[in-house]
Design a protein around this ligand. Structure first.
Ligand code: ADP
Ligand code: MG
Length: 338
């Protein structure tokens, strides 16, 4: 294992594929949950599967972990076919949420020992493995407490530990931080980084661009059952622009002036969200752009309710990839010209 790679971002070397999925199809009645979905995950990396609610993330994970049968296409996980060699696949993967039905009454240690016994480790090996995992997931201090008293982040770490009992080659994490407070989220991120440093390949689904950016060396964006982009986090952010300048004007009548001011400093077209009296544009030289727009609007006597820089979100990625904008910028420009 390449121990020089501690941040889970991969080292750019090609190691072979942990997941190879081609043309996956899954229908539920008329609904196409997956519609020709492709995914390639390199061994020893965290790969992000990024998409909004209903995009098909969980369906993909369930197919790849052999819980759901596919209607078309083919997939190999950890070197085995998910349909013809499903038992082999199951022996090589971990999945949060499936085996990790943590018992609230048992302590953290008892939970992990119980899972070890479920996997036929024997009492002594199960106790040893529980201790290792408690250390690895920083749960030693809470080891003898009932899991029902754990915080959200600790609970999620216990879930992760339980899914790692057999040190799987590939671990599927389906939205591991959804619903967690920011601090717990950071804890889970640290844990995931540690897993990859130990050689596990992680497929992580998320609705947060920031999460994919922090953890993944590569990201596949999924929309309506199809992969619409596959890139590094930096590549994706370049698609949408590194930062966004965001201006909200007090009076709706001033929106065209704000569009004009932002368009002078931003890359490509600014985006106007009419109902929010908001204009946003991708900017490269962040501070210069902010300063210039603020000065222009002040000189023009435009009352600004809010102005700031923010990092791109999944919404921004979708906007650029699918071309769906909330309000035509062209219309605003016509108003400025009139
Ligand atoms: N068991 C099911 N029965 C019917 N429709 C389903 C089922 N599972 C998922 N779907 C539908 O398939 C689509 C993709 O769902 P899902 O994979 O859960 O998306 P995500 O995890 O990205 O939110 C959604 O439209 C969802 O309603
Ligand atoms: Mg889901």
């Amino acid at each position: 294992m390449d121990s020089g790679d501690r941040n889970g971002k991969g080292n750019g070397r090609r190691n072979g594929l942990a997941v190879r999925a081609e043309g996956l199809e899954k229908r539920y009645g008329e609904k196409r949950a997956l519609d020709g979905f492709d995914l390639h995950v390199e061994q020893g990396t965290v790969h992000g599967l990024l998409g909004p609610n209903g995009a098909g993330k969980t369906t993909a994970v369930r197919i790849l972990s052999t819980l759901v049968r596919l209607d078309g296409g083919r997939a190999e996980v950890a070197g085995a076919d998910v349909v013809r060699e499903s038992a082999l696949v199951r022996g090589r993967i971990g999945l949060t949420g499936q085996y990790a039905a943590v018992d609230e009454i048992l302590t953290g240690r008892q939970n992990l020992e119980m899972f070890g016994r479920l996997f036929h480790l024997g009492a002594k090996r199960a106790a040893l493995r529980a201790q290792e995992l408690l250390e690895q997931f920083h749960l030693e201090d809470a080891a003898e407490k009932g899991a029902g008293q754990y915080s959200g982040g600790m609970r999620r770490r216990l879930d992760l530990a339980a899914s790692m009992i057999l040190a799987p080659a590939v671990l599927f994490l389906d939205e591991p931080t959804t619903g967690l407070d920011p601090r717990s989220r950071l804890e889970v991120w640290d844990t995931v980084r540690g897993l990859v440093a130990d050689g596990t390949t992680v497929l992580l689904t998320t609705q947060y661009l920031e999460e994919a950016d922090r953890l993944a060396s590569r990201v596949t964006v999924i929309d309506r059952g199809r992969a619409i982009a596959d890139d590094t986090p930096d590549g994706l952010k370049n698609t949408v622009g590194g930062s966004h300048l965001d201006v909200v004007v007090r009076d709706h009548a001033d929106l065209p002036a704000a569009v004009e001011a932002v368009s002078r400093v931003c890359d490509g077209e600014p985006l106007a969200v009419d109902v929010e009296r908001r204009v946003q544009g991708a900017v490269t030289d962040r501070v210069a752009a902010l300063t210039e727009v603020a000065r222009t609007l002040r000189d023009e006597g435009v009352a600004v309710e809010d102005i700031g820089l923010r990092r791109p979100s999944l919404d921004d990625v979708f906007l650029r990839l699918t071309g769906q904008t909330s309000e035509p910028v062209e219309k605003m420009k016509e108003e400025v010209a009139a």
